[in-house]
Design a protein around this ligand. Structure first.
Ligand code: F6R
Length: 592
């Protein structure tokens, strides 16, 4: 949610910042902006155009200055227009700030600053920051002191990069929102995350909460350290393990299709060398008084799959909760409870809050997380890494299938028949070769064509297949903007059948053990005129189009979702939407 980037070094800042911004676009793309300190003062440009267009406009005009900052926005406070685009500036235009997060006391701060004579030009909460810094300077503080004072003044979440005209350093502060610093050779790249500076820096510093720093050509220094040498030492740089290929599209048109196609390899990384922490996590679960899965969006669906696996394979009760609803279930936790927090980014604010609720009640936390440098990694007692590699398309694809595989592997440790579980995982993995082939892709493109003239889609399944229906509906909704709803198979006759009429498209998911019931459901729908598309090991009598997915026992949902990801992608393209950047969404939702 919002991407921020900075640069200070010996090279012109603008090309690097614009390049970094493109790699941060998945975090939000409502508007963007850049500021560079040049010989003639501060150069600032903002835009509501896509970053690629913005880049072409700005590059020829930008000065050669070697210090600057940039922002790509996902709007929360204030509309997605030019006035609210970052960088935001102080009244005198000399302090420039980019911010990611949400300030809960913004209205109160704004009223106070206006009473002190500050003039606001945007509706954003973020604009309070340059004015607070300006006010502190007016009261006689140094810039270091002004930045170090912000944690006392701001309530909420923030990652901030600030710059001041006439000063050759960038000021950095974070709390509750991510901010890391790429370390190059005499160059620094503060950014929301690592992919943004990957071509330029191979070492990174993870900033701690409310631990302010300044970076300049002479190095990095801690602010407000009280002056002792030990306190002034910055956190140790760590090597970056990603490579540039993993964050570029390569020959693919979009990240989404690249990431769908990467699933075989991603799953193989997990199955070929299962993380050793699975055993520790299984041990925690073995002695647990209760188990809850928490996650948002797709990660919640993975949690539902975890609940399904525990019920069917371990005959054990558990509960999957949407992270943002967890506060209403948290009081059922006891010391001895285990919470399994699921997240691709490891930065979803709702999920991190659920983890805090769990910790406050003495529960142990297992984190199933893709981004290993994330807040969830630090907050969990045991981390199971998903190892699916950077996922840059906003829609989760490979991280979802990796979540399902990791859950299967976890359950394998606890199951009475671990060999049986292992076999189903491999069966599901093997069917992914065919499901990600070119012919599978063109088959799903033809299904997309036949669906495109409709405006509503129903998806139906039972047990683990209901989870697939939910996830497929979310993918199709978010990527293709297509109204799609999922129902458990048995629920149709309790109301949703009212939605079915002549030609209504319905997708049905099932496996061999459910064939008879699927036939029944299909005939119930067929007699009401539905066009039935089936996803299973063999077609049903009333299938108008069938997508074959081989049975892999309880692990079948790992494979079943893949054609649906392709369908969402092809539908988006047919509707001339950008699959990587769905409307009103951001990859990592770091606000509550
Ligand atoms: C769906 C999607 C979102 C995320 C959700 C949680 O395609 O991408 O629904 O699944 O925002 O994100 P993480 O997994 O990063 O916590």
């Amino acid at each position: 949610m919002c991407g921020i980037a900075g640069y200070v070094g010996a090279r012109p800042a603008a090309p690097i910042l614009l390049d970094s911004l493109q790699r941060l676009e998945y975090r939000g793309y409502d508007s963007c902006g850049i500021a560079v300190l040049g010989d003639a003062g501060v150069f600032v440009r903002r835009s509501v155009s896509p970053i690629s267009e913005f880049r072409n406009e700005v590059l020829p005009a930008a000065p050669e200055g070697t210090i600057g900052l940039a922002h790509t926005r996902w709007a929360t406070h204030g509309r997605a227009d030019l006035a609210n685009a970052h960088p935001l500036v102080s009244c005198d235009g000399k302090i420039l700030v980019v911010h990611n997060g949400v300030l809960e006391n913004a209205f109160e701060l704004r009223d106070r600053l206006i009473a002190q004579g500050h003039r606001f030009t945007s509706e954003t909460d973020s604009e309070t920051i340059p004015h607070l810094l300006e006010q502190a300077l007016a009261e006689g503080r140094t810039m270091d002191e002004a930045v170090a004072k912000l944690p006392e003044q701001l309530v909420g979440s923030y990652a901030i990069v600030a710059m001041r005209e006439g000063h050759d350093e960038l000021y950095l502060l974070r709390s509750g929102s991510p901010l890391v610093v790429g370390i190059g050779d005499g160059e620094y790249f503060p950014a929301s995350d690592i992919p943004s500076f990957l071509p330029y820096a191979q070492r990174v510093i993870y900033l701690h909460e409310n631990d302010p720093f300044a970076v300049g050509r002479k190095g990095i220094r801690r602010l407000g350290s009280g002056g002792t040498a030990a306190e002034a030492v910055p956190p140790l740089p760590q090597p970056v393990s990603l490579n540039v290929e993993s964050v570029s599209k390569g020959s693919f048109e979009h990240f989404m299709i690249k990431e769908i196609m990467e699933q075989v390899a991603a799953i193989a990384r997990l199955t070929d060398a299962p993380p050793p922490s699975l055993a520790t996590a299984a041990e925690l679960m073995r002695g647990a008084s209760s188990v809850k899965f928490v996650g948002a969006g797709t990660s919640y669906h993975a949690g539902l799959f975890g609940q399904f696996l525990m019920g069917t394979l371990l005959h054990t009760d558990s509960e999957a909760c949407v992270s943002s609803e967890f506060e209403f279930r948290a009081d059922t936790l006891r010391p001895g409870s285990v919470v399994i927090a699921m997240s691709q980014s490891g930065e979803t604010a709702d999920t991190l809050q659920a983890v805090r609720f769990a910790r406050d009640r003495g529960a142990r936390v297992i984190g199933l997380v893709n981004s290993e440098s994330s807040s969830l990694t630090r907050a969990a007692d045991v981390v199971i890494p998903l190892r699916s590699g950077p996922e840059l398309s906003v829609a989760a694809t490979k991280s979802y299938t990796s979540q399902l595989v990791a859950l299967n592997l976890l359950v394998e440790h606890l199951a009475a028949d671990p060999t049986g579980v292992a076999r189903t995982i491999l069966q599901a993995r093997d069917s992914l070769y065919e499901l990600t082939s070119d012919s599978a892709r063109s088959y799903m493109a033809s299904l997309a064509h036949s669906l495109a003239r409709h405006n509503h889609l129903l998806l139906i399944g039972r047990g683990g297949h209901y989870v697939t229906a939910l996830e497929a509906a979310l993918k199709i909704k978010e990527v293709a903007g297509f109204a799609s709803q999922a129902f458990p198979g048995g629920e149709m006759k309790h109301g949703p059948l009212a939605l079915v009429g002549e030609g209504s498209p319905v997708i049905l998911f099932y496996d061999r053990s459910q064939l008879a019931r699927a036939e029944l459901a299909a005939s119930e729908l067929g007699t009401r005129g539905a066009a039935i598309y089936t996803v299973g090991p063999q077609p049903l009598r009333s299938s108008s189009l069938h997508i074959r997915v081989n049975d892999a026992g309880v692990a079948t949902p790992i494979a079943q979702i893949v054609p649906m990801q392709l369908l969402a992608y092809e539908l988006a393209k047919l509707r001339q939407l950008d699959p990587d950047h769905p409307r009103n969404l951001a990859k990592s939702v770091t606000v509550l």
